[in-house]
Design a protein around this ligand. Structure first.
Ligand SMILES: Cc1cc2nc3c(=O)[nH]c(=O)nc-3n(C[C@H](O)[C@H](O)[C@H](O)COP(=O)(O)O)c2cc1C
Length: 218
């Protein structure tokens, strides 16, 4: 009887050992993973990198430049064309609803239109067509100096647009006067956007001078 019990216990012991142990036989029965050829193996990403890849993409705004110019006798337009060529920006004319005649521009006669407008701070000459600033991130804004100021139509323009997110780079031409605070004044009138100090150029400004100026705003 004792012998039978001993044989039974030995049998139970063998069964338990076979069931719980990590026997070599069992290890062999697990199919080995197929090796990934080195050329196709994907390196495991570092945890931080993986998190970075999964992070939602921030909305990015592509940079877009535009040149807008008001020019009655072509001097400022000539400078604007050079800026457009150097930056690859589109050039748009700011056209008055009522064009300025030579007589309107005769500053020797104080009763003519342009001079009268400059003497009337709240004069806002109408613009013929709206200019879209959609997607614009840098706006080069050109105008002549009239009696030490930007023409009143520039105020019409800045007061009727939203410059949020736009860097406005003002420039001007004149018979000799400087740009003064014309850029800052336009910025105050706009109330949005970042208006830089205006720069006065002569009609003979060179491409390399303009390029240095453009680069200084990047
Ligand atoms: C009404 C009027 C006022 C002007 N006032 C000034 C002035 O204060 N200082 C100056 O240097 N030039 C003055 N100018 C000259 C213009 O600024 C200059 O000719 C300018 O380059 C013209 O630009 P545009 O050809 O793009 O219109 C004035 C011109 C006009 C018509």
């Amino acid at each position: 009887m004792k012998k039978r019990i001993a044989v039974f216990l030995l049998f139970v012991l063998m069964l338990v050992s076979a069931g719980c142990g990590n026997t070599p036989a069992q290890a062999q029965s697990t199919p080995a993973p197929a090796a990934i050829p080195a050329s196709t193996a994907i390196p495991e990403a570092a945890p931080e990198q993986a998190a970075f890849e999964k992070a939602p993409a921030e909305p990015t705004r592509e940079s877009k430049s535009l040149v807008v110019v008001f020019s009655c006798t072509g001097t400022t337009k000539g400078v604007a064309e050079k800026i457009a060529a150097l930056t690859g920006a589109e050039l748009v004319d700011l056209i008055p609803a009522q064009p300025y005649t030579a007589e309107d521009l005769n500053y020797n006669d104080r009763s003519t239109r342009a001079t009268m407008e400059q003497n009337t701070p709240d004069a806002r000459p109408e613009i013929a067509e709206d200019i879209s600033l959609d997607g614009v991130t840098t706006l080069y804004l050109g105008y002549p100096i009239w009696w030490g100021q930007a023409p009143r139509i520039m105020s019409t323009f800045v007061e009727s647009h939203d410059f949020t997110g736009i860097i406005v780079v003002p420039f001007c031409t004149s018979g000799g006067s400087g740009a003064g605070r014309t850029g800052e004044t336009l910025g105050e009138q706009a109330g949005t956007g970042t208006f830089l100090t205006s720069t006065r150029f002569s009609s003979s400004v060179t491409e390399s001078e303009l390029q240095s100026w453009i680069d200084s705003h990047k």
